[in-house]
Write a protein that binds this ligand. Sequence first.
Ligand code: FAD
Length: 814
Amino acid sequence: MASKKKILIVGGVAGGASAAARLRRLDEFANITLIERGRDVSFANCGLPYHIGGEITDRSKLAVQTPESLERQLAIKVKTNTEATAIHRKDKLLEVRDSSGKTERLAYDKLILSPGAQPLKPELPGIDLPGIYTLRNLQDMDRIKAAAEKAQQILVIGAGFIGLEMAEQLIQVGKQVRLVELADQVLPQLDPEMTKPVEQELIRKGVELILSDGIKGFAPRQNGTGILAELNSGKELEGDLVLLSIGVRPESGLAKSAGLELGARGHIKTNAHMQTSDPDIYAAGDACENLDPILDGPSAIPLGGPANRQGRCAADHIILGEQAQPYPGSIGTAIVRVFDVAAGITGHSEKRLKQLGVEYKKTAVNGFNHAGYFPGATNLTVKILWEPATGRLLGGQVNGHDGVDKRLDILATAIKGKLTIEDLAQLELAYAPPFGAARDPINTAGFSAMNIRNGLYQPAFGLSGSDDTQLLDVRPAEVAKLKPIPDSINIPYPELRSRLDELEKSKPLTTVCTMGKTSYFASRILKQYGYNAQSHVGGWTVAAPIQRSENNNPSTKSAEEASVVAGDDTVVKLDATGLACPGPIMRVREASLNLSDGEILEVKASDAGFLTDFPAFCNATGYECLGVTSEKGIITGSLRKNRDSGAQQSLSPATVDSNGTTIVVFSGELDKAMAAFVIANGALAMGGKATLFFTFWGLNVLRKNPSPTVKGKTFMDKLFGWMLPKGPGKLPLSNMHMAGMGTTMMKGRMASKNLPNLPDLMESAIKGGTRLVACTMSMEAMGIRREELIDGVELGGVAEFLGAASKTGTNLFI
Ligand code: FAD
């Protein structure tokens, strides 16, 4: 029979409860007592946000064990509502106090501390006001749930993992959520470019996201209920309740008072068997510090997995001694779901490696969660960091809609196994079309890293065309027009070999595409022709700025509404998932041409831009947009070819606006431009619509003066820019220009007779709703960039002009 060891455990949740269970399985006769300050033991802290949001409906499921079940099943004595207040190490006694204030001293042979970490509550004015909550246990959860039910506006402070989960859950129960974060990104544990899809998703789902701003203090709201939060910027936000989720602090006060050694951030130091500086006292979970197995430094990771395994390791060492497996350290693998997007990290981020001064290399790749040709393929982005000398992985991050957890777990396993980028490239992963691809994004990340390592691929991580660098956009021309990359020249990849002479060989250039793959292919061509070419890593998918407002077409309907509208009409289904822009819209175009009157086309796509491209396509072509929705990264759009709309391959004849006018403004001369705007204003006055389509010299009317500095222009582009007039103030007269004298005289005469001048005419036309469309082809020819044109100008091609012209009674060429 074993020795009847007296083992005390402080903290009865993740680390403490696992230690208790493991101890019992190893030693049936040990005397085990669990001391827990709160009411509950072994509950699922990680599930708390999901009960508040109603996704976990049954509260009792969160209580994994109860004091009674632990006593019954494991013969463990459980003292809840009891706080450990002091450790008398010399006498091996733990002092405890129960909720009635009664104290007692309990003897131990071994003591395990798993007291966890407390939510941070900085000393700010008003921090203790009622209505400000933190979330750690079931009672916090009940309080927040009750308060949230009555609240409308909720402020969530801190956009880490818990803050994001809470924001998601509160939106799902119909609350207005403002999420405030001090850092300039959400999930500050990750690198900023990897959090953009999360930020976009939060905005899309209606969370008001306030970044780079912190809390200065709180005050009661004037109306007596709720809170007024003042931010560092001076901004004031009102909320019916506030949830603070700005991080945690280890509960190491008891250990500190007992003289146990603490780490730099106040965690209890432990060795590989979870022993503290006192070998009879062990520590586990959020309160302890252990080893970072990647860089061999200290590591304190407040996560459920490490806490559970550390508790188990401590128990093993108490019972098995040196035969016990040591704890190998924590690498920090974490993931979060934010509506339809997931993001996570394992190992070190780039930010962290920089802070630590550790040398690293990095890449990021885009791929699909499973074979692109299998329905439902959605995009994933994988970033990896590695040690330059050995290729050993130092960290990884993944975001996407589906399959993020799988890739993150592969990377976590690879890091723990000290695998290299070469190993990643050769990992043999499960593949059948519904599950993966013959070349998984993890393999691709390995290939990309190896190409960088072997010098085949010179990576560029920023997108800045400048006077010294050319930025070459190799996406299809349609995509470049729809989603222009500032300061870039567009030469679609298939045309590159035949258009090399448009690029300056003496200047370095960076290729860029949508996903980061075609730009690599382009850079390989260019390098072999002697260009100094780098390829942008991750492509426009990673680099595109966040759209602050998701301007979904208000005419669109939800999926359910759309299916009601569909009624008995025939629905033709089209799967365009796995295709990058403009693939989906081109497939829609092809399929819609074959629709019969009344038939409905339902399209699924995974390209994020499809959400706005689809209604725009319907508007431009005259098909009735029945709805566009997005769920788990799949965008579903439905359109109908109406019996009477005549929608087809060309633009819809729809209804012709007899008072409306469409004018091609070809001329860049003052009097002709004025004539165009006089007619436009006239059309507006008659209750019609006006569209002015500016092409060639007409573009000069729309130029800003002075022009902004535009990087990446060729010499010829700049020459055109210098020679051509900038804006209405610089336009010459068509006749009697007389080196400017005629123009000045004409302007003077018009002013003296109180006639409007061109800028005034332009202003009133714009205010009245005239559409100014700049011809993209002419802009390309004349080297004019979007940022050189006045605000509010739309870019368009001939289809735009024809579309507008088909709907107006008057069509002119000036
Ligand atoms: P805890 O589980 O916090 O347990 C410590 C216990 O000790 C507490 O109940 C406390 O009352 C008690 N205690 C403290 N001091 C004393 C004392 N002096 N005397 C007696 N008792 C004392 N991690 C993940 O990996 N994934 C997730 O999705 C995730 N989601 C989370 C969501 C929420 C809302 C929260 C709060 C945490 C989440 N975590 C998550 C973190 C995870 O829950 C913790 O890392 C883990 O619970 C830590 O275990 P622990 O044993 O160290 O501390």
